[in-house]
Design a protein around this ligand. Structure first.
Ligand code: ATP
Ligand code: MG
Length: 578
């Protein structure tokens, strides 16, 4: 490709709208442009990378035995009514009416449509297992679209759905998908971890997320330093071993102390000169059902954080956790939120299991400016003890092997065992080998194509720009001629090499833009992140040389022009593509 025929529009400075590096670099290199909030256009340069990711995904899915199909973006509400999700799905579901006043949505995912197809096409266990996938546009009206193509409202997903006559058959395909995902992310040059995950609104039993490790990641993941255990912090558990022998500690008697103007745990710990881990904090949540409002006090160790997902599950509610307002707390407990405690409180108390290990702790006295010291659980009435907190780095892995490390990750893929959730609600059945009706077992498997592109940049960049792997780079090789317009030798050498390498099916970009200074061309090639760069100039040509440099190397090397094709054939990464 000649740069003069391609759309290359680079930007020198970081755009103010971009917070994270991949967003900045995708805008600066001219890969994407924003059309509206959460809606991006992929310019030709970006689309080349997008297509490379798509092609890796398609190849690996086909290798795994999955079959490609294509379903519509617009979906009729009837199918969503059947699954029950028309009312369950929140405002992320983009609903609209057609000209006949019929309800539709833009598909955020395709379980309903695919289940409808399969229940009509498949009738016998003999036709199973089946794994169907598409690479298609999804729409989710995200509350906070951000970070460029990392979290958009319209995005491209590879979504696959598998169908089985038994749970064991589903597990087999799930394992195949797990391995397929590993290959896809390895080929994309990503450093990633598969972690145990929540099933969210999609539903189902087993689930893993594939997380690309990056500081900018929106998720926190916990994993063992010595075993395979890895989980999203939402699901991670740990074994906490007390530093002291709790049985040996004698329960002291409770007493009330003045704590004037103390509102936070840190202030309390300082004021009473006790460690944060000897204090407990109390949070009040509200559950609103049809007839009444029910309140619960959640009790955690002072240095621990509430895990909302675990709490939601413990309370058996759907949707987000709702905290009681200051006014509700005042009416309910009689004090402000800094002085709540579990002793003699009039609502049900749920104690986190780590807090339940404590003795002689400090807590609020349910009276403004007062706290209790030397409190023990025998002083309180407990409704339930449960794990409702986030694990901390350094705690023991739940499998007993090693300590937990916590890192940030970007979720690029997610696989689920759905079981019979959709086949039951949508009546998708087959006849089994005894001629009996049986619900189909299902799995589903998603990968965000655009998010992989952004995640790859988060992991691979430097101060000059993007550093692509050969597998994803928009162009593998850049040829930068010096004074091509003036020197016929350079012109001939550069265009011939470009044509020959293109003929060999390398993706080559010849920087032939008129009136562009060498320094600017080199800066563009670095910003765009092309892995292999060749400079051709009169001086080198006189000796039969050209100058080669890899994007990751600080130095260039002279190579004989006659040897360059063979050199590139053998260059790491490039030969994989042939
Ligand atoms: P998240 O937790 O990031 O909102 P999710 O769990 O809702 O994602 P899934 O339903 O599991 O996402 O979708 C499968 C894949 O689609 C994700 O792993 C991610 O790569 C991609 N994806 C999901 N939402 C978006 C989005 N808003 N923008 C871009 N890609 C997305
Ligand atoms: Mg997910």
């Amino acid at each position: 490709m000649r740069a003069s025929h391609f759309l290359i529009k680079t930007i020198k400075d970081d755009p103010a709208e971009a917070e994270i590096i991949s967003h900045k670099l995708m805008l600066r290199s001219g890969m994407i442009r924003k059309t509206a909030a959460g809606l991006y256009s992929w310019l030709p340069l970006g689309l080349k990378v997008f297509r490379k990711v798509e092609s890796i995904v398609r190849q690996e899915m086909n290798k795994s035995g999955a079959l490609e199909l294509l379903m519509p973006t617009a979906q009729p509400s009837d199918l969503w009514e059947e699954s029950g999700r028309w009312s369950e799905f929140g405002p992320e579901l983009m609903r609209f009416k057609d000209r006949h006043e019929r309800d539709f949505c833009l598909g955020p995912t395709h379980e309903e449509v695919i289940t409808d197809i399969v229940r009509n096409e498949i009738s016998s266990y003999k036709q199973l297992p089946l794994n169907l996938y598409q690479i298609q546009t999804k729409f989710r009206d995200e509350r906070r679209p951000r970070f460029g193509v990392m979290r958009t409202r319209e995005f491209c997903m590879k979504d696959a759905y598998s169908f089985h006559d038994s749970e064991s058959c589903l597990t087999k395909t799930y394992d195949v998908m797990y391995e397929t995902y590993k290959k896809i992310f390895e080929r994309s040059g990503l450093k990633f971890r598969a972690v145990i995950a929540d099933t969210g609104s999609i539903g189902g039993t087993q689930s893993h997320e594939f997380m690309v490790l990056a500081e900018s990641g929106e998720d926190a993941i916990a994993f063992s330093d010595s075993s395979d255990y890895a989980a999203n912090i939402e699901k991670a558990t740990s074994i906490i071993k007390s530093k002291r022998d709790l049985n040996a500690e004698i329960c002291k008697s409770i007493s009330k102390v003045d704590t004037p103007n103390i509102h936070t745990m840190e202030q309390l710990s300082k004021f009473l000169n006790v460690q944060l881990e000897k204090t407990i904090k109390s949070l009040i949540v509200k559950i609103t059902n049809d007839t009444e409002e029910v309140f619960f006090a959640l009790i955690l160790r002072g240095d621990h954080q509430l895990n909302e997902l675990k709490t939601i599950k413990e309370l058996g509610i759907s949707g987000a956790l709702e905290f009681a307002s200051d006014e509700e707390i005042k009416n309910l407990v009689g004090c402000d939120k800094g002085s709540i405690g579990p002793v003699d409180i009039k609502i049900k108390v749920i104690v986190d299991s780590a807090a339940h290990e404590m003795k002689n702790f400090v807590c609020g006295a349910n009276q403004d400016n007062k706290h209790l010291v030397n409190v023990n659980w025998t002083d309180c009435s407990i409704f339930k003890v449960a794990d409702i907190r986030n694990v901390l780095q350094g705690e023991l892995s739940p499998d007993g092997n090693g300590k937990l490390l916590i890192k940030r990750g970007i979720e690029v893929g997610h696989i689920f065992q759905l079981g019979t959730k959709y086949s039951e609600s949508m009546n998708a059945k087959i006849l089994d080998e005894n001629g009996k009706d049986k619900y189909i077992h299902m799995g589903c498997y998603g990968i965000g194509i655009g998010r992989i592109v952004a995640a790859a940049i988060e992991q691979n960049h430097d101060s000059k720009g993007i550093i692509w792997t050969d597998s994803l780079s928009p162009f593998s090789i850049a040829i930068v001629p010096i004074n091509m317009e003036k020197s016929q030798d350079v012109n001939i050498a550069a265009t011939t090499l470009h044509d020959e390498l293109t003929e060999m099916s390398f993706d080559v970009l010849l920087m032939d833009q008129k009136n562009k200074r060498l320094g600017n061309m080199l800066a563009d090639v670095e910003l765009i992140g092309i892995p292999h760069r060749i400079i051709i100039g009169d001086r080198g040509l006189k000796e039969g040389n050209i100058e080669y440099q890899h994007r990751t190397s600080d130095t260039s090397q002279n190579i004989k022009i006659k040897d360059i094709k063979e050199f590139l054939m053998n260059a790491s990464g490039l030969n994989d593509q042939h």
